[in-house]
Design a binder for this molecule. Structure first.
Ligand code: PEP
Ligand code: MN
Length: 337
């Protein structure tokens, strides 16, 4: 971290400032120029509150030279992290496809969709049981019953289950029924939830908040990892912009940026990004081309009558067609589906 001091700061004030900064357990080294004084801070600066320092009367500007995320940082972990869930390895050569309905609606539906998406090449199933809905009057999910239906579909198909948690009180249920715990866009900065997930052993699919930066996403991953759970998969699912033609704007550049900044696997959710079923194919293609390790896609047996997100859901047949188009692209990219 580098501090630029205000014009007119005296030598005595500078030394006093360095002593104060030193009390945070770091070394503060002043450099006196002809009209500007700068202070270089070395050591572990993670315990320093930048806002407090920035507010100090003597300081003009604070410049960070290192990213605040450590465990998620590729600098300290150059190799890709592989997250293993059952027989599936995420972050390796295989492009992992997770598919299923937005909300679990019945046991038969889950079994039907899971077996069809498996045939098409999916190696994991998705389904929401605890749904964070904008309206309290909208369907809130089948809750524990929904998780049980997914577990039954897993027992029959062997596909690991991805489902969203909305509250730490659900962890006991998730530990029993779910293989990958999804943190949704609305909960990316629910820090108490993230801390609890740091203590569990399940892999976490951490979705980017729709108004959060890439660094904030990585800091949320850091919350989970610093608690001891390093099995984190990042997920770009579209962010809010001024554009209204699509539900969100898929931030394609986030994919190579995340892969460069972090060693964690990166998923893309083209369904929530575009919000329209016909957009899923081009967005999936773009995501793979940009380096995504996997896709999470909404698939429904009867999209027109889906209890949530039918407009962006593919039929199992359309999902089959999609995977047949993604396979040659994956090969071209040196990967496989
Ligand atoms: C979902 O996966 O169904 C979902 C609600 O996703 P997001 O949190 O990205 O909106
Ligand atoms: Mn959905």
């Amino acid at each position: 971290m580098i501090l630029v001091l205000k014009y007119g700061t005296t030598k005595e004030q500078t030394l006093d400032l360095c002593q104060w900064i030193g009390s945070f357990g770091v070394q503060a080294n002043p450099i006196f120029g002809s009209d500007t004084i700068i202070v270089g801070i070395v050591g572990d600066t993670s315990s320093i509150d930048i806002n407090t320092i920035e507010n100090d009367d003597r300081i003009e500007k604070v410049m960070k030279v290192q990213e605040p995320f450590k465990k998620a940082n590729r600098k300290f972990h150059p190799d890709n992290t592989l997250v293993k869930v059952g027989n599936v390895t995420i972050g390796g050569k295989q492009i992992v496809l997770a598919a299923g309905p937005c909300s679990v609606e019945s046991e038969e539906q889950m079994i039907d969709i899971a077996s069809k998406v498996k045939q098409a090449g999916a190696t994991m199933m998705r389904g929401g049981a605890f749904k964070p809905r904008t309206s309290p009057y909208a369907f809130q999910g089948l809750r524990a019953e929904g998780l049980l239906y997914m577990k039954r579909a897993r027992d029959l198909t062997g596909l690991p289950v991805v489902s969203e948690i909305t509250n730490p009180s659900q962890l006991e249920l998730f530990n029993e029924y779910v293989d990958i715990i999804q943190v949704g866009t609305r909960n990316m900065q629910n820090f108490e939830l993230l801390k609890e997930l740091g203590h569990c052993k399940k892999a976490i699919l951490l979705k980017r908040g729709f108004s959060n930066t890439i660094e904030e996403l990585l800091m949320s991953a850091e919350y989970i990892m610093s608690g001891g759970n390093e099995n984190v998969i990042l997920c770009e699912r579209g962010i809010r912009t001024f554009e209204t033609a699509t539900r969100n704007t898929l931030d394609i550049s986030a994919i190579p940026m995340l892969k460069r900044m972090s060693h964690l696997p990166v998923f893309v959710d083209p369904s929530h990004a575009g919000g329209i079923s016909w957009l899923v194919e081009p967005l999936s293609m773009a995501a793979l081309a940009a380096g995504a390790d996997g896709l999470i896609i909404e698939v429904h047996n009867d999209p027109k009558n889906a209890w949530s997100d039918g407009q962006q859901s593919l039929t199992p047949e359309a999902f089959m067609e999609l995977t047949s188009k993604l396979r040659p692209l994956a090969t071209l990219l040196g990967r496989e589906i």
